[in-house]
Design a protein around this ligand. Structure first.
Ligand SMILES: Cc1cc2nc3c(=O)[nH]c(=O)nc-3n(C[C@H](O)[C@H](O)[C@H](O)COP(=O)(O)OP(=O)(O)OC[C@H]3O[C@@H](n4cnc5c(N)ncnc54)[C@H](O)[C@@H]3O)c2cc1C
Length: 290
């Protein structure tokens, strides 16, 4: 199927893009990697008057090391994250997550910013971004603001971005000593999207007790979430196999689980507990748990 007619706009700078969106926010759609937008246009689920391609804005394609972390431009592609030596050393959760997205063709075109702005409840990156407690920067012609990962995902295919805003970068912390991370998922076989995806980060003190636990879960509910009950159950423990299993059992407690042709709500809940346990086990091992 062909998309409805639209005007293609390709601004040369962020300021130009922001200015254009400010004037046409209700009639325009941003184009990044096109892996989600183009199917939407072809199915005529979206029919904007303008498609605004960010592809010429070089500053959005950079991964930078900052004081204590990394700043990743929204147009950085999944494949660039997967292969980044900088991130592999300081924030390996992101390359591990990127490697799980779709297939090579999707990873060659799709971008981190597009994935997050699209807010697919089965997308992989939201789990990692939540576990990392990332900060997202959004810019319009009028202002710039920072949105925490926990406030960013609002509903199915709905983020906290305003129609005139561009997601410009994502800031994540460098993982410290005695810290391990992991992303594991059960994927839907045809697309690779997560039926359940769990990102876990564990930090231990010198005596082997958990000082920090953060768990992001995607695929289970209409909005990806931090599993705070799991996190609280682990803090102060040694993260033994028994303690991890007990905490992981809380993965979907109090969450309204989705039910669709791929999995029932009850199945998603069961898988969430199993994959949370696996993700935490991996993270603990990688942290060098005593
Ligand atoms: C066959 C297939 C399999 C896939 N499998 C997976 C998978 O296993 N896991 C997974 O997580 N994803 C998967 N995806 C989705 C893929 O990761 C997309 O790359 C991603 O969802 C969208 O990124 P994009 O850069 O292509 O954005 P686009 O498609 O260009 O845009 C998506 C949406 O975000 C908006 N947008 C884009 N960039 C910005 C920005 N900087 N600021 C504000 N709004 C913006 C657009 O207007 C649009 O509404 C798959 C896609 C396909 C086609």
């Amino acid at each position: 199927m062909f998309p409805a007619n639209f005007d293609y706009v390709c601004p040369a700078s962020l300021a130009e893009a922001a200015q254009f969106l400010n004037q046409h926010s209700e009639d325009a759609k941003i184009l990044a990697g096109g892996q989600s937008l183009i199917p939407l246009l072809k199915l005529r689920l979206a029919a904007p008057q303008f498609v605004v391609d960010l592809g010429r804005i070089a500053e959005l394609k950079v991964i930078r090391e900052t004081n204590g972390g990394f700043e990743i431009g929204s147009l950085v592609r999944h494949v660039d994250i997967e292969r980044s030596h900088l991130l592999a050393r300081g924030c390996p959760l992101l390359p591990e997550t990127a490697a799980e997205v779709g297939d090579m063709q999707v990873r060659n075109r799709g971008t981190l910013g597009g994935s997050l702005a699209h807010a697919d409840p089965a997308g992989d990156f939201p789990a990692a971004i939540l576990a990392l407690d990332a900060e997202l920067t959004a810019a319009s012609a009028i202002a710039q603001r920072t949105i925490s990962a926990q406030d960013f995902f609002v509903g199915i295919l709905t983020s906290a971005l305003y129609p005139n805003e561009i997601l410009t970068s994502i800031r994540v912390p460098k993982l410290g000593p005695r810290t391990g991370s992991a992303y594991v998922k059960m994927s839907q076989q045809a697309s690779g999207f997560a039926i359940v995806g769990v990102a876990a980060i564990l930090t231990f003190d010198e005596k082997g007790k958990v000082t920090e636990a953060r768990v992001g879960i995607t695929g289970v509910a209409s909005v990806p979430y931090r599993a705070k009950k799991v996190e609280a159950a682990l803090r102060g423990t040694a993260a033994s196999a028994k303690e991890i299993a007990a905490a992981a059992a809380l993965a979907s407690k109090g969450v309204d689980a989705l039910s669709d042709i791929h999995a029932s709500a009850a199945y998603r809940r069961d898988v969430a507990a199993v994959f949370t346990r696996r993700s935490l086990e991996k993270a603990a091992q990688r942290a060098g748990r005593k």
